[in-house]
Design a protein around this ligand. Structure first.
Ligand code: ATP
Ligand code: MG
Length: 456
């Protein structure tokens, strides 16, 4: 009885003992406050003046330590969302489950979140695989650090003192170029399988090695990604593809065995020998644009990644006797539908993708009125960029690409001259022969072809 009482009194607390963080001074980490964006500094200063804790946290601190310019800034604070909202005129609370505040300052938006408690799978609301469904309890700074994914992402920079608060040896891990999970990797992947994709993306983007303990379970736990909502996977895939290091990310995904059967898109990207050159070119092109800070469009990228899948399906349909044009549209729908279940490609993006694909056969028709209609299409420029990529991949002659560029930029007389010069149709000879038989005498093959195939 007494023993039981003693056990009850001295029972180990449910939460782990508080451990003090390392406070790393600027002389050791080298990040000066001037390296942060003005808005990030201002948000922290205003909150601190009001007596709250406020730090720049996560990716920005990590990237500055590595020497990458941060993409955006997150601030973590002891203030509640309502208190943050009250402190900044240009701010708004977003999110229903877990409220965060967007603070606008000049052209920037800073994402401010209140310290969050870590929720282990035992106490939290989870699905049957252990995935945490709600993560919405406020906590203290130490708890906030523990709920983050990797040690390098749990660093808090105080612009006031230029000190880094480091609970999990993240600074040492960055110096050793290691991506290490906070806590037990298996448990953390079960709570949120997307962390596996984050590991691959961050390692590839930042040139870090995934710690063996975090790397090893990925192959076996990969199938848990199937339970993640499609919209979240889509967001994560976009981050990966637009990281500026998409090729490296995809190679790493393949190395970790994360593509098989998980996302049909990945199977398609990583396992199409015919389209490999095309996909590689498209990804290199995207990486280059991201690194040069140029705009990139998801529709365009997805259209390239799935193109050879469309070609394959289209060819099969034509071989089975279907007419070319309806076969193309059916192939497009089939390929997109196969992706839809797992990747919530939005309707708008799907529309862009189809527009780009549907333009491709129309580039074959360089006679009559058809080319005039093609260059008026709203997605002409994207379609032409796509055409150029096909030529670069050796799928079609570059001459067609140049012709269209000349035609689009030419005056009326030059256009007529270009039409006279162009071979009427780049379609396969067999198809032409078949069609020619049906044509009434006297009609030019080109005009008839355009009439048969041009859908506009
Ligand atoms: P980047 O912005 O370069 O993609 P990031 O690490 O800043 O990388 P965000 O998605 O902006 O990624 O997340 C900000 C921070 O939130 C992370 O640094 C990490 O501390 C935490 N975080 C994000 N996603 C998770 C997750 N799935 N599990 C735990 N913590 C996460
Ligand atoms: Mg970020």
């Amino acid at each position: 009885m007494i023993r039981k009482l003693l056990r009850k009194v001295f029972k180990r607390p449910a939460t782990p003992a508080r451990h003090e963080p390392a406070l790393i001074p600027v002389e050791r980490h080298g990040i000066r406050r001037e390296q942060l964006s003005p808005a990030a500094r201002k948000v922290c200063a205003v909150l601190q003046e009001k007596g709250f804790k406020a730090f720049v946290v996560g990716g920005a601190v990590r990237d500055l330590l590595i020497g990458h310019p941060p993409k955006d800034y997150d601030v973590a604070t002891s203030a509640t969302p309502e208190e943050v909202r009250a402190a900044f005129r240009r701010s708004r609370i977003i999110g229903r489950r877990f409220k965060i505040v967007h603070v606008m300052s000049g052209p920037e938006t800073i994402e401010v979140s209140t310290f969050r408690a870590s929720q282990d799978a035992e106490s939290a609301d989870t699905d049957e695989h252990g995935r945490v469904l709600r993560d919405n309890v406020f906590g203290n700074q130490q708890e906030d650090a523990t709920r983050r994914d990797f040690t390098v992402n749990a660093l808090y920079y105080d612009p006031g003192t230029e000190t880094i608060v480091d609970y999990h040896h993240g600074v040492a891990d960055i110096q050793q170029k290691t991506l290490r999970m906070i806590g037990d990797p298996r448990t953390r992947y079960r709570e949120d399988p997307v962390r596996m994709l984050r590991a691959v993306r961050l390692a590839a983007k930042l040139g870090l090695t995934i710690d063996p303990a975090a790397r090893q379970p990925i192959r076996e736990m990969g199938p848990l990604l199937e339970n993640v909502p499609a919209a979240r996977l889509f967001d994560e895939m976009l981050k990966l593809l637009f990281s500026g290091h998409s090729l490296k990310c995809l190679q790493q995904l393949r190395a970790e065995g994360l593509h098989h059967g998980l996302l049909p898109l990945l199977d398609v990207i990583l396992e199409q020998p015919m389209g490999e050159r095309f996909v590689t070119l498209a990804l290199e092109n995207t990486d280059e644009r991201v690194r040069e800070d140029k705009s990139v469009s998801p529709g365009f990228l997805f259209s390239t990644l799935l193109w050879h899948e469309v070609l394959k399906t289209w060819d099969n349909k034509k071989a089975a006797g279907d007419h070319s044009q309806p076969a193309l549209f059916e192939a497009m729908d089939e390929v997109l539908d196969a992706q839809a279940g797992k990747l919530a490609i939005t309707r708008r993006i799907a529309g862009d993708i189809k527009d780009i694909w549907a333009l491709q056969p129309r580039f074959d028709k360089r006679a009559g009125k058809a080319p005039y209609r093609v260059i008026e299409q709203p997605r002409y420029r994207a379609g032409w960029d796509f055409l150029r990529l096909r030529a670069q991949a050796g799928e079609i002659p570059m001459e067609i690409v140049d012709w269209w560029d000349d035609f689009a930029h030419a005056g009326p007389d030059q256009r007529e001259a270009l039409l006279r010069q162009a071979p009427p149709d780049a379609a396969p000879a067999a198809k032409k022969r078949r069609r020619r038989k049906r044509k009434p005498a006297g009609e030019t093959p080109a005009a008839a072809d355009a009439a048969v195939v041009d859908p506009s």
